[in-house]
Design a protein around this ligand. Structure first.
Ligand code: HEM
Length: 481
């Protein structure tokens, strides 16, 4: 492969789409447009113009646009329609999230099968994903009208507009529908943070840029992940350069179902429902880590909020705080539980083990950029649950297979994760839903004996989804030619 060995300078950052660096948290309004290309020639003309409106990454805070933002990603069928050779893209993208091969990896079976989805399957393939954000209603309405009015002349058919909602916010984090602070942990990316990766496990983990942007050395083997485009050209002249892959999962959440189950089980076991729910997530509702010996959420001083993201599990090796099977310990098993540890006497911390496990966990990181949809139930058991609510889960990664799919397959769906016996992710697990008689369970490692909660229903359903490619700014113009 021809390599460019380009370093990620501020100019390279200006050539990426802004979503890589920001979830646009200040812009509370957001719509996702799922589009189909009807006329490729007209779509290319539209793309040439829209490319000038796309929000790029901007290192200088003062120059960042704050009123509105626009980003654009391409599905494989869309690139095919534009005549782009998609054989250069990674296999998962070529197969598509809805394919049998990927469904098998993701565990999308039973009610979660792609043929039951609202979009993203063979019946409704998505060519383009246009993401619009704005800080206030007036700007949003105006920008929605501007974008929507260009679809017809641009040869585009609007399959569906997915509107998100403004969730409760504690000033730092938005809540997701189950009531927990979301977006607390994001990887610290080398060139976005001006910090270098360090071998010291006690420092915040800094992840190489190539894990999230194509064209730079990755954190796996230091090589550059395949950059889609003409293999005769160096990486930095291909349309894949400064791009990344975007994973979109339309995930419906059964909020009353979650809280009814948690309350009933907590009553049976004579524990506080918020304690059980926090154990399921691995964090309290306010985002604080569940630590050993703590039975309620620590108070957070909003004037002086603590860093809730610089930790590993060295102080909780036996999972008595944050359970092995909890959502956050599975999706980022920092420093423990990956089977790479050598034996040490119980209760002993081995720096080498921590370091090895962190190294492995850091090869499977994602940047999460999702937003919630549907009305928020303040009282999840009493409020009228009419309507649908959930998360438009979006994540960015340079290698879908090694990052997003690995997390979903090898950690979230893994019934034997970290020595457990028959448990998948208690919060978002959907796997084995078609196994007759299979009962999902969840273990809380506690003193003197572990506590087991059995018969977990599925709280999340997959209603749609697709793999997309989020190109760099110059690449958008190349794709329009
Ligand atoms: C309805 C679906 C989901 C809900 C409600 C949900 C909720 C949460 C919550 C409350 C947190 C803790 C706060 C935070 O760090 O942001 C979290 C963390 C996380 N979630 Fe999810 N999540 C969902 C789906 C997923 C999926 C599909 C994946 C990937 C396969 C995923 C991966 C992660 C990761 C990587 C973290 C951060 C772990 C860490 O670094 O500590 N989540 N999620």
């Amino acid at each position: 492969m021809a390599n460019s060995n380009t370093s990620f300078t501020p100019d390279q950052m200006r050539d990426t789409q802004g979503l890589l660096f920001s979830g646009y948290a200040d812009m509370s309004h957001c719509s996702y447009y799922l589009l189909e290309i009807k006329d490729a020639k007209k779509a290319k003309a539209w793309l040439k113009i829209v490319a000038n409106r796309i929000t790029a990454g901007e290192p200088d805070k003062d120059k960042r646009k704050t009123t509105d933002a626009l980003n654009l990603a391409f599905g494989k069928p869309g690139l095919d329609k534009l005549g782009v050779d998609t054989s250069y893209f990674e296999q998962a993208f070529q197969d598509g999230m809805h394919s049998l091969s990927r469904a098998t990896i993701l565990g999308d079976e039973g009610d979660n099968q792609a043929n039951k989805w609202l979009w993203g399957n063979d019946a409704k393939p998505v060519h383009l994903l246009l993401m619009l954000y704005a800080e206030d209603e007036a700007t949003f309405g105006k920008r929605q009208q501007e974008e929507e009015s260009a679809f017809k002349s641009g040869g585009l058919n609007l399959i569906q507009r997915l509107d998100t909602i403004n969730m409760e916010n504690d000033g730092r984090f938005e809540k997701e529908h189950f009531g927990f602070a979301d977006g607390v942990s994001q990887p610290m990316v080398e060139s976005f943070s001006n910090k270098s990766p360090s071998a010291d496990p006690q420092t915040p983990q800094v992840i190489p840029t190539g894990e999230f942007v194509l064209g730079y050395p990755n954190g796996y083997d230091g090589k550059i992940t395949a950059v889609p485009g003409d293999p005769a050209k160096p990486d930095n002249q291909r349309y894949g350069f400064n791009g990344t892959y975007l994973v979109f999962r339309h995930m419906q959440q059964d909020v009353p179902g979650f809280w009814k189950f948690v309350r009933a089980e907590a009553k049976k076991q004579v524990i506080d429902p918020d304690y059980l729910a926090a154990k399921i997530v691995g964090r309290w509702k306010n985002g604080a880590l569940v630590e050993p010996g703590k039975e309620s959420a620590p108070l957070i001083d909003p004037a002086n909020p603590p860093d809730m993201n610089t930790f590993d599990f060295r102080n909780d090796l036996d999972g008595k705080g944050c359970p092995y099977g909890s959502h956050i310990r599975r999706t980022n098993p920092r420093g423990q539980g990956l089977g790479v540890e050598v034996y040490v006497a119980p209760g002993t911390v081995s720096e080498e083990n921590i370091r090895n496990s962190l190294k492995v966990a850091n090869r499977h990181r994602i940047i999460r950029r999702g937003r919630s949809y549907g009305n928020f139930l303040k009282n999840p058991v009493k409020d009228d649950p009419a309507g649908e609510r959930g998360l438009f889960f979006i994540c960015l990664n340079a290698n879908i297979e090694r990052q997003f799919e690995f997390i979903q397959h090898t950690w979230v769906n893994n019934l034997k994760f970290n020595g457990l016996y028959d448990e998948d992710d208690p919060l978002i697990g959907t796997y084995k839903s078609t196994w007759p008689g299979f009962k999902r369970s969840f273990t809380l490692q506690e003193d003197p004996l572990r506590r087991k909660v059995c018969g977990f229903p599925e709280f999340v359903k997959i209603k749609g989804g697709s793999y997309f490619f989020l190109p760099g700014i110059k690449a958008l113009k190349m794709l329009a030619d």
